[in-house]
Design a protein around this ligand. Structure first.
Ligand code: DGP
Length: 113
């Protein structure tokens, strides 16, 4: 989508601090980090949110989570990490392109705010 910020990052027309890229996804550091490690993992293909996911996206999601596990290892998050995807305004989704937050490097409380 031409007016989608994260499509711009996926295409390379918008700058980001990329940590991983392959044919299906890009991972980059969040511009407003909420933890010592705060990385966003996005599919290159435009998907508005997790609400739009179905069985066909199973392989893509498995790949995203495998990359997240590798990123967590690379970042030294042996004590654990949190994986979040916000869907819709009540959850605080501010960019309408599926993104999974990888947060770690500090203890986190539950429930989230
Ligand atoms: P969410 O609130 O779940 O939609 O998360 C969107 C995240 O995207 C938020 O944590 C800030 C981040 N973000 C927004 N614009 C940019 C940007 O231009 N570059 C980067 N690296 N992150 C961004």
């Amino acid at each position: 989508m031409s007016d989608c910020l994260f499509c711009g990052i996926a295409e390379g027309s918008v700058e980001a601090d990329r940590v991983v890229e392959d044919d299906r996804l890009v991972a980059f550091r969040d511009i407003n980090p909420q933890a010592p490690t705060h990385i966003l993992v996005i599919p290159k293909r435009h998907i508005a949110s997790a609400r739009e996911l179905g069985d066909d996206e199973g392989p893509l999601l498995g790949h995203m989570f495998a990359v997240i596990a590798q990123l967590a290892a690379d970042e030294g998050l042996e004590r654990g990490y949190r994986v979040v995807t916000n869907v819709g305004p009540d959850a605080g989704q501010s960019v309408d392109h599926l993104h999974v937050h990888l947060l770690g490097g500090r203890p986190m409380s539950w429930p989230p705010g």
